[in-house]
Write a protein that binds this ligand. Sequence first.
Ligand code: PLP
Length: 386
Amino acid sequence: MREVYLDNSATTPVLPEVAAAMQEVLTDNFGNPSSLHRRGLRAEQAKKEARRVVAQACGVKEQEIFFTSGGTEANNLAIKGAARRRRRRGSHLITTKIEHPSVLYTFQALEEEGFAVTYLDVDADGLVTAEAVADAVREDTLLVSVMHVNNEVGSIMPVAEIGPLVKAKNPRTLFHVDAVQSFGKLPVRPQAWQADLLTVSAHKIHGPKGCGALYCRGVLLLAPLLHGGDQEQGVRPGTENMAGIVGFAAAVRLQLARQEENYRQLAELKRLFLEELQQRLPDVRQNGPLDGAPHIVNLTVPDIKGEVLLHALAEEGIYLSTGSACHSHRADPSHVLLAMGRSPRQIESSLRISFSALITAADVVYAVEKISAAVTALRQMTRRKR
Ligand SMILES: Cc1ncc(COP(=O)(O)O)c(C=O)c1O
């Protein structure tokens, strides 16, 4: 059966070059980078090179990159690490209502520790303005966390404007950006954005799952989540996931070499998808801005349950999602679409399609044919039941 994988915001396949680099570390260059013998030194060298690649991709210094077990850990480390370390200076934190659960639930956990959190509203397109963020900053605001690209609807937050405005209001307030969905696809420039902390993850760019990194601006100190050895300058102790780290760097290298080309391809796939879909199903509505990230489309298909459509399409080899993969086992409606003002009924009828550069125009046309056929069949069934 022909398969089209359109769930690339959940995860992407590891590219063969990435798998080969990982294989080498698993079986040949398998040393512990902390060991003092030759095998250890070779592993340390590979880690150093990987750090250089990730640092260069973000335009920052090597010693400002800390490898973690993924975006979730990097978000936890940034937010808890900064808030706990600075708690004597204040207790106020700011984020938006549409962050990834690894950010939202981290803030909720900090509320239980006595911090006060402002959760900012977004507009109908899933956007927050830099002014709204800066307005919320107070004398005692320790940290602001705003994602770059939203994982459900693809809205691109104005992070380049938020950083400078936040700093103008309170130079001591730290700025964290979750760049998991943008890294490798859009330029990610923490220094230009005046971001002190920035999260990236490997498996959204054809790297392995279970590896990510946190950029932490040079002078900044974080309270570690884990206690142990002095790996990652003691900020993230534990023997390194070397296959993950080396695979991450290999994926970054490949992704950056083709970033602009991929961007154009993704934008063209998205345009083609929406055009084809509009012709076949004119009542389908897009959730999120028209000029959002090129790899994410969120749709509401009236009178169809997103989950039913998802399963019908999976039978046909078309793989997509109803929202965030991290929320797929929860019954409550998407917090992102709710914050954007969609009704529970509209949310129930929503789907997320996400592309990668491995998808072709022919795949998109084929997928739209299958989607419209499935929607037509489901609508006929519902009519017959009535
Ligand atoms: C915006 C965003 N932040 C964080 C994460 C978590 O990253 P990881 O899966 O590497 O833990 C994801 C994953 O879906 C994401 O989309």
